[in-house]
Design a protein around this ligand. Structure first.
Ligand SMILES: Cc1ncc(COP(=O)(O)O)c(C=O)c1O
Length: 265
């Protein structure tokens, strides 16, 4: 799991590569995004859990894993049953990346975190959205009961304006259909592509990942891609692309061709 590089977010992440300097994991349980592991974790720890945080449907830096919605539906049921707060980190998945506008449109979390595409990448900004149950938990005239969290750049007017404009364009220019097209072209271009070094090719919405068995297979790919006009940064055993939604079909085909060409050069 990867949820960013702020302190408590590092605590719920489990990627050694990113957070080897932050080992404080007390009170955190990590599980794979598989139903039996979910059931087992709630059975064992459910009564002591406060919240359950997950990147819904698509884990990005946490391993480019793609998984079924049934996991999230069951997570919602279990969180209700054990009175646990369900948090969706949609920083990477939000605004259509999975092929859904938000995964939160399919399964409703208690807290939703958004960033990245919120401002179309033009200015740093993120939001935390909460339902009434959470909001009322800290909404009070009593300052000791309030959530006193006020970073310097909170509610930055310029960033908020960019975010609002970006949301407007996302809706007005029907970005969901652009993402559908990206997904279709990607599936078409990757159809039948295989190599003995490849473990799996995964595609979801505007994301494609080629997972290899051995990370050495990807040594030199970044430079190779750059020489062919594509900026790509593989990590561990994952070669992946999360292309901008404004990409043209021939550009997308080129990106995918370069990824495939690495296995043939
Ligand atoms: C899933 C996920 N959550 C959160 C973040 C944000 O991280 P930070 O809080 O370090 O900006 C990222 C950044 O890549 C991310 O991929």
């Amino acid at each position: 799991a990867y949820h960013g590089d702020t302190f408590m977010a590092m605590k719920v992440g489990d990627d050694e590569d990113y957070h080897f300097a932050f080992k404080e994991k007390k009170g955190v349980i990590h599980i794979p995004t598989k139903l039996p592991a979910l059931e087992e974790a709630f059975e064992k720890y459910g009564n002591n859990l406060i919240c359950f945080i997950v990147e819904p449907l698509l884990q990005g830096a946490g391993g480019m894993q793609m998984y079924d919605i049934s996991f999230l539906k069951r997570a919602r049921e279990l969180c209700d049953q054990y009175d646990v707060i369900l948090i969706f980190d949609e920083v990477a998945t939000g605004f259509g990346r999975t092929g859904n506008r938000f995964v939160a449109d399919l399964v409703l979390p208690d807290i939703l975190v958004l960033g990245k595409a919120l401002t179309g990448g033009y200015i740093g900004h993120a939001v935390t959205v909460a339902n009434h149950k959470i909001y009322n938990g800290f909404y009070s005239d009593d300052p000791t009961h309030a959530l006193m969290h006020g970073p310097t750049f909170m509610g930055n007017a310029l960033a908020c304006t960019v975010a609002l404009k970006s949301i407007e364009l996302f809706e007005k220019e029907d970005y969901m259909s652009k993402i559908k097209k990206i997904s279709e072209v990607t599936k078409r271009e990757m159809q039948g592509f295989s190599d003995p070094r490849i473990k799996e090719v995964r595609i979801m919405g505007g994301c494609v990942c080629i997972e290899v068995y051995d990370s050495n297979t990807l040594n030199g790919f970044q430079e190779f891609a750059y020489q062919h006009g594509v900026f790509s940064r593989p990590f561990l055993t994952y070669m992946y692309a999360m292309v901008p939604y404004i990409i043209k079909e021939d550009e997308l085909v080129h990106v995918l061709d370069v990824m495939k060409a690495w296995f043939r050069h």
